[in-house]
Design a protein around this ligand. Structure first.
Ligand SMILES: Nc1ncnc2c1ncn2[C@@H]1O[C@H](COP(=O)(O)OP(=O)(O)OP(=O)(O)O)[C@@H](O)[C@H]1O
Length: 850
């Protein structure tokens, strides 16, 4: 948020607050009990009868009547001014009303009407003076019925500025005073023509309109201009950009409705019906090749529904029962309902995108199309594979009741229903034999397919199709998704677009041997977010020890990246900086938890919703919290060089950061147990595996084999909990990612990247000098007790191990030194940093402690 906008939003809130405070204070002075009248009983009773509320109602009625009166008389002025003007010109109201002339005036509302309309239309602002009637009506109506039709202060500001401007504008076109611009408009123009000439005056009037628009609506002319011209030229043929709903705030989505693609139907081939003429399975002309077209286009109705409606909230009513007033003190953190209602009515919802209003999501044309977008398979290949599967199984005396094939972009799934009595494990064991008979790599047997009661054999297609990122981003499913952090990864073997919400994942472990598509996969994740989110909603922390993979994203530093204070580059390539950044994120996490606690909410989503609804006061440190996605490439490299120093904060973040919107994506080439430790695994429920080299690696990452049987080039297995899904990753090449970053980078940006909290490392001298070489003989037992009880206190160790206080205290220091428990936190118990015994044992073993 720019300082300007923050200041503006804050001052708006203070103004509104002080207003509502004034409202509350007013009755004291004016009326309920006049101290002045204490000596005079009659006056006292009188003032009691006419308390503030009644006076307000009466004045409201008078004002509404007066507004109608002025409106009608001014309207009548258009028809009667010529007849009445001689009589009202240069006469005061009093002398006109009592001039004793019996001849009636022509104005529909008599002499008073004629004089008032002359005042408004001739002597003041011309036709623009209707704005005065409008303002009087608005205030009168509020006072009369206590119903707020429009926010009053804002309406006054808008009406007054437009009244002045339109009076000057209309006055430009008249040669003598009349009702177009009134005396005001005419005089200003006359003076201005003498001073800067006719042309100069016109330019000044146009400039004045701009100023008015900027003052009132913070109009961003450049963005309008860009939207109207630049984007239209390059990306649109004829349509306007669509306003996409991204949870609760607006972003301009440049992807048009006709660019959104409906889901492709999976191509299914049922071998039992092969005698039937299946129209989707060859058309008789060229039977060797079948092309299965995309499913019928579904028209997408209203994919985006802009939401920015401020709910109609009843204005707070002042509860005044006689002299008795009850006021409830507002709690410290949250605004009282009164304040909240009045602020919300005056200013509407807080809009975090305001700093970069007019920001446009990248257009789809920046991505390229790969493959032909259609599922095609050689009919002969399908037949052959099916025959080979049946034959191989028959060698082992396994009969098949039914077989069906589903053709995906890279893999065909053969689903078989074995004859009754066949043991599933028997088929599962034949994986290698089937692979041999099909002479194909990457065969995977899923026995049984969850929820289907069939056995699946995945066989790679001889000519796999590429899945382009373009088709995924343009997919109906992704464009219409209302996830907080939507990710579109690729297509499943049934040709469905695979999307998921990173906030639900909530941390992701990505592994794959070199050259199998990991970097492309990470780009797919980042690109998904860039195609859906505004810079105010999400920030990336990018760690790239290889120094080359993520440098492209430097261009979007001031839009989407976060960095440590004083750092030059936002993309972190140095291990020592990684440690500082991760610890800084831990501080950010703690700060955010503190904010959530004060706001009495449990998640970042609730917090932001509350902030947007202006229920949290920015003056008390509240601010809109963007999601932070931390992407660490080559995690193995980090663990090798920094070990515990990185493992520690990672474990903390993984355990605790999900609720406050920090999500980790950790990628590694080597998924071995000393890189992906038990502690990390336990906290990364979502895993993505590209092809790995051994079954053991596959087990480490997925807890099951399978990743070793993938075929590479973006073929991957995703597990977001239980099910393992095979997906062909979407492909976007480096130049495309570069073009996206360039498009974003060229738009208006924040002054700098998001600055993370400052972290002073251990070498900053925190005085924690425990001798870790000389550990207590009961250290390992103490660590187990602490983890089992999830409580890191010396008294617990004293009780359980029957120790004296000093020894227990020393062990606690050592536990902290080894990163098993967190630092001293005053009255609160120390945090235990291991969630289960298994990971602790692994840690102790690695350290040679037992
Ligand atoms: N989804 C995909 N579709 C088609 N081809 C792909 C896909 N993903 C990767 N490839 C091919 O594989 C090559 C290597 O991919 P990538 O650079 O992502 O590998 P990597 O796993 O990151 O390797 P490293 O760990 O060495 O960086 C790419 O240049 C591309 O040709």
């Amino acid at each position: 948020m720019t300082v300007e906008n923050e200041y503006r939003q804050k001052s708006e809130q203070t103004e509104a607050k002080s207003d509502s405070n004034q409202d509350k204070k007013e009755p004291k002075g004016k009326g309920t009990k006049s101290p002045k009248a204490s000596g005079n009983a009659l006056l006292d009773r009188f003032s009691n009868r006419f308390d503030k509320k009644r006076v307000k109602t009466i004045m409201g009625i008078a004002m509404v009547l007066f507004s109608f009166f002025t409106f009608l008389s001014c309207f009548s002025y258009f028809f009667t001014w010529t007849a009445d003007q001689d009589r009202v010109l240069d006469v005061s109201l009093f002398s006109f009303l009592f001039d004793g002339n019996p001849e009636p005036v022509q104005n529909w509302l008599g002499k008073f009407g004629a004089w008032m309309s002359h005042l408004f239309m001739y002597r003041w602002f011309g036709v623009s003076s209707f704005a005065i009637s409008f303002i009087i009506f608005l205030i009168g109506f509020k006072w009369m019925l206590n119903i707020l039709l429009l926010p009053i202060r804002r309406s006054i500001a808008v009406s007054a500025l437009f009244m002045v401007w339109s009076s000057v504008f209309l006055g430009y076109f008249v040669e003598h005073i009349d009702y177009l611009g009134g005396t005001f408009g005419f005089t200003i123009n006359q003076w201005s023509r003498l001073t800067v000439g006719s042309f100069g005056t016109f330019i000044a009037i146009v400039a004045l309109l701009w100023v008015v628009l900027v003052v009132l609506f913070n109009a961003d002319i450049v963005a309008w201009f860009n939207r109207a011209k630049g984007v239209k030229d390059s990306f649109f043929e004829d349509d306007e950009p669509v306003l996409a709903t991204v949870t609760d705030i607006h972003v301009v989505n440049t992807i048009r409705e006709d660019q959104i693609r409906a889901e492709q139907e999976a191509a299914e081939v049922n071998f039992d019906d092969e005698e039937d003429e299946d129209p989707s399975y060859g058309d008789g002309e060229d039977d060797s090749f079948i092309v299965i077209q995309a499913g019928a286009e579904k028209t997408v109705e209203e994919p985006f529904v802009p939401v920015n409606q401020v709910d109609d909230i009843d204005e707070d009513t002042e509860e005044e029962e006689g002299d008795f007033k009850v006021s409830i003190a507002a709690t410290d953190a949250t605004l009282s309902d009164d304040e909240f209602n009045s602020i919300r009515q005056e200013y509407g919802d807080y809009d975090p995108t305001l700093d970069l209003s007019g920001y446009m999501l990248p257009p789809i044309d920046l991505l390229k199309e790969y493959g032909n977008g259609q599922v095609s398979i050689n009919k002969q290949e399908l037949e052959d594979n099916k025959n080979k599967i049946v034959e191989t199984l028959s060698h082992y005396k396994i009969d098949i009741a039914k077989i069906k094939a589903t053709v995906g972009p890279t893999v065909t799934l053969y689903e078989i229903v074995p004859a009754p009595g066949v043991r599933i494990s028997k088929i599962k064991n034949l994986e290698d034999d089937i692979a041999l008979s099909l002479s194909a790599l990457g065969i995977r047997i899923i026995a049984p397919i969850p929820g289907k009661g069939t056995i699946g054999i995945e066989v790679p297609n001889s000519s796999p199709d590429m899945v382009s990122m373009k088709s995924l981003i343009a997919s109906e499913k992704f464009q219409n998704s209302d996830f907080e952090l939507p990710i579109v990864m690729g297509k499943t073997i049934t040709n469905e677009t695979y999307t998921f919400d990173l906030t639900k994942a909530p941390h992701l472990l990505v592994a794959g041997a070199t050259g199998q598509g990991k970097s492309v996969g990470l780009n797919a994740i980042l690109v998904s977010i860039l195609y859906k989110k505004h810079p105010s909603q999400v920030k990336f922390v990018l760690v790239d020890p290889k120094k080359v993979e993520l440098t492209l994203y430097n261009r979007i530093e001031r839009h989407f990246l976060a960095k440590l204070p004083g750092e030059e580059d936002a993309i972190i390539t140095d291990t020592s900086k990684v440690v500082a950044t991760l610890n800084s994120l831990c501080i950010e996490m703690d700060n955010r938890y503190e904010l959530l606690k004060v706001a009495e909410v449990r998640t970042i989503k609730e917090y932001n919703a509350k902030f947007i609804a202006r229920r949290l006061n920015p003056e008390k440190g509240h601010h809109y919290l963007p999601y932070i996605v931390v992407l660490i490439d080559e995690f193995a490299d980090l663990i090798m060089t920094a070990g515990k120093e990185v493992e520690h904060p990672i474990a903390r973040l993984a355990q605790l950061a999900r609720a406050i919107g920090i999500h980790l994506i950790v990628a590694t080439q080597r998924p071995s147990v000393n890189v992906i430790t038990g502690m990390i695994k336990a906290n990364f429920p979502a895993r993505i595996a590209f092809r790995v080299l051994s079954k053991i690696d596959s087990r480490t990452i997925l807890d099951s084999s399978g990743a070793d049987q993938l075929i590479g080039r973006g073929d991957m297995l995703i597990s977001l909990g239980q099910d393992l899904i095979r997906v062909q990753c979407g492909f976007a090449d480096t130049p495309e990612v570069e073009a996206i970053c360039k498009f974003i980078g060229e738009q208006r940006a924040y002054p700098e990247a998001l600055i993370l909290p400052e972290y002073v490392g251990a070498d900053g001298g925190d005085g924690n000098d425990v001798d870790l070489d000389d550990i207590d003989s009961l250290f390992a037992d103490a660590a187990r007790i602490v983890v089992i009880n999830n409580q890191g206190s010396a008294s617990l160790l004293q009780r359980k191990l029957k120790l004296g206080y000093n020894r227990a205290g020393r062990i606690v220091d050592q536990l902290e030194g080894y990163g098993i428990i967190g630092p001293f936190q005053g009255s609160k118990a120390r945090e235990v940093l291991f969630s289960d015994l298994e990971s602790l044992e692994e840690f102790l073993r690695a350290k040679g402690i037992n």
